[in-house]
Ligand binder design. Structure first.
Ligand code: UGY
Ligand code: MN
Length: 215
């Protein structure tokens, strides 16, 4: 799904740091940090070495310091880069007796389209939905003009990376114009709604904690 000669998700991996129409506005950013949500746009990214990773520069975009129970980061890797194992006592998945998550390697294209009752967006999940996995990563596609029918409020938290397209994200009482390359943190219960605008489809990646009793 490459458009023209650009690699997949070009706009997310090579965001426009200084859009032409904003170049004359020193200090301007669309980034926002509120109690129950954050919008982190590319001109705010701060990269540095990731602990124990080799030849990799990373930018933590979401962490427990913001109020989340997960981290989400960008890792710029190249030939010779190596990821680190999770730190001791930190789980990539929370343990549960008798269930063991397996290492999964795959790609979005290989995942089936799933039912989305009452909604129009297309949904794929990158992880199995079985109990061993206490979160999932959803890939959601909206055609221009499509929007979430449910004005969602739920116990789950989200980390979102907009991979393609542009639109309006409503978070609580705020309405944000967003585009590929933008990251959003959503705390539990923040009202959330998205409408895809522009001329091309929206694709976003969404972390969602699942499969555990919230009590
Ligand atoms: O599954 C979800 O909670 C998803 N529809 N939320 C979202 O896109 N903000
Ligand atoms: Mn949601």
């Amino acid at each position: 799904e490459c458009s023209g000669d650009q690699p997949l998700y070009w706009k997310a991996t090579h965001p426009t740091l200084a859009p032409a129409h904003l170049q004359d506005l020193p200090g301007f950013t669309r980034s926002v940090f509120k109690r129950d949500h954050a919008l982190i746009t590319p001109e705010s990214h701060v990269f540095g070495p990731l602990p124990d990773w080799i030849n990799t520069l990373g930018a933590y975009l979401i962490s427990p310091a913001i109020g989340a129970h997960f981290t989400m980061y960008l890792a710029n890797m190249q030939d010779g880069s190596k990821s680190a194992l999770p730190p001791k006592d930190v789980e990539r998945f929370r343990a549960i007796e008798d269930y063991h998550p397996d290492l999964i390697v795959g790609s979005t294209d290989k995942q089936p389209l799933l039912e989305t009752p009452g909604e129009v967006f297309q949904l794929r999940k990158l992880l199995p939905t079985s109990a061993a996995y206490d979160f999932n990563i959803h890939i959601m596609d909206f055609q221009p003009g499509e929007y979430l029918n449910v004005k969602e409020v739920h116990y789950n938290q989200h980390g979102l990376l907009l991979l393609e397209g542009q639109g309006i994200y409503r978070l609580g009482d705020s309405w944000y114009p967003v585009q590929a390359g933008d990251t959003i943190w959503m705390a539990p219960f923040v009202p959330q709604w998205y409408a895809a605008l522009g001329k091309t489809k929206t694709r976003y990646l969404l972390y969602k904690d699942v499969n555990r009793n919230p009590l």
